[in-house]
Design a protein around this ligand. Structure first.
Ligand code: KIV
Length: 263
């Protein structure tokens, strides 16, 4: 197995024009699969609220829940860099609280970095967290934690503001930045303008890497998925078929069979 992925390695990948592959994970068995499949970065996303907890947004997710999931993921991963996602109101309330909560991801969750949402508005927070020795993955464009302020999940097209946000988060010390819900031509300009890697989600082909939500990729969600999602396998249907077969066999006294008995 290759050596573990670090922020330095991600920067080198951008320099060398190698694509960075990122995916979310929230628990031990899936994190192990994702890591073994060769993904470079695993984000323990606050999307856990929607795809695992069944909530309609990411807003109710708590720090304690994020730490719980990050611990499970970190225990499974040997290669990818694990990034913990700062939930709503864990960093917006002040720099000191932001550093404390970011530190929990490292100390308790065994993550190597954290992610937070926002551009220029959070640059001082990014500066404070990186100043404490914690690598920060920034996130600009469509910001799910600001869904009410943005008036819904809308593609972000203000090129000037997106470029300014990208420059601000880079200057503040972020090691990479997620570009969410941005037209392809704008993410191309952003990716060319800044030196740190850009990781796109709904941001076209011109980013330095891509990230998706694991449960969307595996067909494990029945939520409305945005246009940018690609379902690579329908595990949901396979799982339901298997469970139906079990129900049938128990009801028809076919399971357990002799080979499952103790003598
Ligand atoms: O929480 C999450 O999964 C994310 C990704 C969609 C980037 O923020």
């Amino acid at each position: 197995m290759n050596s573990p992925v670090t922020v330095t390695k991600l920067q080198k990948m951008k320099t060398n024009g190698e694509k960075i592959v990122a995916l979310t994970a929230y628990d031990h068995p899936f994190a192990k699969l994702v890591d073994e499949a060769g993904v470079h970065m695993i984000l323990v996303g606050d999307s856990v609220g929607m795809v695992v907890q069944g909530k309609s947004s990411t807003l109710p997710v708590t720090m304690d829940e994020m730490i719980y999931h990050t611990k499970m993921v970190s225990r499974a991963v040997n290669h990818a860099i694990v990034v913990g996602d700062m939930p709503f109101m864990s960093y917006q309330t002040g720099k000191s609280e932001a550093i404390t909560n970011a530190g929990r991801f490292i100390k308790e969750g065994d993550a190597a970095a954290i992610k937070l949402e926002g551009g220029a508005a959070v640059s001082e927070t990014i500066r404070a967290i990186t100043g404490a020795g914690i690598p920060v993955l920034a996130h600009i464009g469509l910001l799910p934690q600001s869904v009410h302020q943005m008036g819904g999940f809308k593609v972000q097209r203000d090129e000037e503001r997106l470029l300014a946000d990208a420059i601000e988060v880079e200057t503040a010390g972020a090691f990479a930045v997620i570009l969410e819900g941005i037209p392809d031509d704008i993410s191309k300009k952003v990716s060319e303008k800044i030196n740190i890697p850009t990781i796109g989600i709904g941001a076209g082909i011109n980013c330095d890497g891509q990230i998706l939500v694991l449960h969307d990729v595996l067909g494990l969600t029945d939520r409305h998925v945005p246009k940018f999602v690609k379902k690579y396998v329908d595990l949901g249907s396979a799982a339901k078929d298997g469970i139906r077969k079990y129900v049938e066999e128990v009801q028809e006294s076919k399971f357990p069979a002799k080979e499952h008995f103790y003598g």
